[in-house]
Design a protein around this ligand. Structure first.
Ligand code: AHR
Length: 498
């Protein structure tokens, strides 16, 4: 089969906000304890953080990590996680039916983020708490000193403010499973008042309002409109969450599911713009896709677990090659919508529906989904070019006219690189590619790689080397043209200098 990619140097979708390569660490399962934090592990540093995990996070080049939840945050008292560790309370975490020891809290997580070279996207509890706890947390974290909360931070060892810039106003407040779930009216009012107080403490922060927990929620659309109608002037982003599943084991349909993501983004952007028009506002609300991933492999095992363990192995999806291909399609979709999606968080980072897994006292290993994320995050920086794709299509149970080729083109003017990311969804056919990126005289291939040729159900748990990025030496460049083949079921990256 043949497909074409056409683009032009000057037709730019958007500058990419690096935060599109964000991720997420929740106090859930073994994400924190036995994940990022395992004192006594052979690679643990003086603060108890696993260096092998930090190394893997660095390979992913993650600029932003959402914390501490997720559902967990809706029952969390942030004050439980500060001060002397031996005085911190153990609490029931009702979200995940676990026991939270609070051994890791705000200071420890900020230390970890610092060591991992990433910023924190901090969520406040709008489930069981509200304006007061949120504004105190901003004061504790960002105020230089001379007040009760900022001086307490200093007393607890952090002389300098943490200066946390990005904040989430609660989590999935529309979901009946959420502790303290709310109607859109209730949440819209609470988020507005909380946002005002938080920004009065520090007007440099950016705030993410909760959108729906998914596009299939019965209140989707109406929720976005109502909460934005309340909070529009006080927030900067609205959130989107999406988890993919393949319980019916229908590969063509599964790989098409990134189409839902594209539709979801465009729908939420339209609703935000409708509120903008109604208000006659000059301000545009952008999107924070702050939870997205595949999540279904672990659900049966999790349903059978007894409650109230400390750091039980929950949501430990073992991913396979088909999941990596869909994550690749998701990354391309986010990039192609980078004019509106400024933040995205792969949910999550370590052990919990994660690209990085750890064995207690043992190795760190990389899931198949690690590889597309690593390549996009490291090389997909700069500006996204508008692409016109011409690809054969197919129909599935849920989707019509799905292109076999999914692709995006990124221009990095700092490194003088043009990078093409692409997935071939076909199970049987290679795609013979003709790409023309006008405006460049002499493109040269720096490297062309592929993740291809694996059984779609291949996992990497038993053998961390079972999957690797390989060289695709059939990719050629001449003038502004690039040609070659994308193998059936493949994730591809072509880096070109110009
Ligand atoms: O990422 C796992 C959970 O998924 C989060 O805690 C919640 O926000 C979502 O439902």
């Amino acid at each position: 089969m043949k497909a074409t990619i056409k683009s032009h140097k000057d037709t730019i979708v958007s500058q990419i906000d690096d935060r599109i390569y964000g991720s997420f660490v929740e106090h859930l399962g073994r994400a924190v304890y036995e994940g990022i934090y395992e004192p006594g592990h052979p690679t643990a540093n003086e603060l108890g953080f696993r260096q092998d995990v930090i190394d893997a996070v660095n390979e992913l080049n993650v600029p932003l990590v959402r914390y501490p939840g997720g559902n967990f945050v809706s029952g969390y008292n942030w004050e439980d996680g500060i001060g002397p560790r031996e005085e911190r309370p153990k609490r029931l975490d009702l979200a995940w039916k676990s026991v939270e020891t609070n051994e890791v809290g705000l200071h420890e997580f900020m230390d970890w983020a610092n060591q991992a070279g990433t910023e924190v996207n901090m969520a406040v509890n709008l489930g069981t708490r509200g304006v007061d706890a949120a504004r105190n947390l901003v004061e504790y974290s960002n105020h230089p000193g001379g007040t009760y909360w900022s001086d307490l931070r200093k007393q607890n060892g952090a002389e300098e403010p943490f200066n946390i810039k990005t904040w989430c106003l609660g989590n999935e407040m529309d979901g009946p499973w959420q502790i303290g779930a709310k109607t859109a009216e209730e949440y819209g009012r609470l988020a507005t008042e909380t946002a005002k107080a938080m920004k009065w403490v520090d007007d440099s922060i950016e705030l993410v309002l909760c959108g729906s927990s998914g596009s299939k929620m019965p209140t989707f659309g109406e929720w976005e409109y109502t909460v934005l109608d309340h909070a529009y002037d006080h927030v900067d982003f609205i959130s989107l969450h999406l988890y993919w599943e393949n319980p019916e084991n229908d590969l063509p349909n599964y790989l098409a599911k990134s189409v839902e993501m594209d539709r979801f983004i465009k729908d939420v952007a339209s609703i935000a713009d409708a509120v903008k028009a109604k208000k006659g506002s000059d301000k545009t609300i952008n999107l924070s896709f702050d939870e997205w991933n595949v999540w279904y492999h672990s659900k049966d095992a999790d349903a059978k677990r007894e409650p109230w363990d400390i750091a039980p192995p929950l949501l430990e999806d073992i991913y396979n090659f088909e999941d990596a291909l869909l994550v690749g399609c998701g990354l391309i979709t986010l990039l192609n919508n980078s004019d509106r999606v400024k933040i995205a968080c792969l949910a999550q980072l370590v052990n919990v529906i994660a690209p990085i897994m750890t064995v207690k006292d043992g190795k760190v290993w990389k899931q198949p989904t690690f590889y597309p994320f690593m390549q996009a995050s490291n090389f997909g920086r700069g500006k996204v070019l508008d692409v016109r794709l011409d690809s054969p299509t197919y129909d599935t149970a849920e989707f019509k006219a799905v292109p076999y080729l999914e692709s995006t083109v990124v221009l990095n003017e700092e490194s003088n690189e043009l990078v093409i990311f692409a997935v071939n969804r076909s199970e049987t056919d290679s795609l013979s590619i003709d790409a023309a990126i006008e405006g460049f005289d002499s493109l040269t291939v720096i490297e062309a790689t592929e993740l291809a040729g694996y059984d779609i159900k291949l996992t990497t748990q038993e053998d961390n080397d079972a999957m690797e990025i390989k060289v695709n030496d059939g990719i050629k460049a001449k003038g502004d043209k690039v040609t070659g083949e994308f193998k059936p079921l493949s994730w591809n990256m072509i880096r070109l200098s110009y």
